[in-house]
Design a protein around this ligand. Structure first.
Ligand code: ZN
Length: 114
């Protein structure tokens, strides 16, 4: 799948040598000059905008069983759909969430209550 502007996981990029971060990957770090490259980093967290418990997951998420689909407004200002595998009773609009991890396959962020 091609990386497009509306990819589901808004990321920043962090220098592998220092902690410089940028919205775009750079070959050479402008802070420390390291040519070691930058690694993508998912947004750290955000707040629940909407959520819906999913009883019948789509084909690509079948392995999850029941989960909660959450729409999270990230600290970066973007909104992203993600997966919360806990009790939907713990979620409210505005609940603080953090990105637990991002799986390459399926390409969705997993959120946890902060
Ligand atoms: Zn650096």
């Amino acid at each position: 799948m091609a990386q497009t502007a509306d990819q589901p996981v808004p990321s920043s990029f962090r220098c592998r040598t220092c902690d410089y971060t940028s919205a775009v990957a750079k070959a050479v770090c402008p802070r420390c000059g390291s040519g070691g490259g930058m690694s993508p980093e998912p947004a750290a967290g955000g707040h629940v905008v909407d959520f819906v418990p999913v009883l019948f997951p789509p084909e690509n998420l079948k392995g999850l069983g029941r989960y909660v689909s959450v729409l999270v407004k990230l600290d970066t200002g973007c909104q992203a759909f993600g997966v919360f595998r806990g009790d939907p009773e713990r979620l409210r609009v505005g609940t603080r969430m953090v990105v637990a991890h991002v799986d390459a396959e399926p390409d969705v962020p997993f959120f946890d209550v902060a």
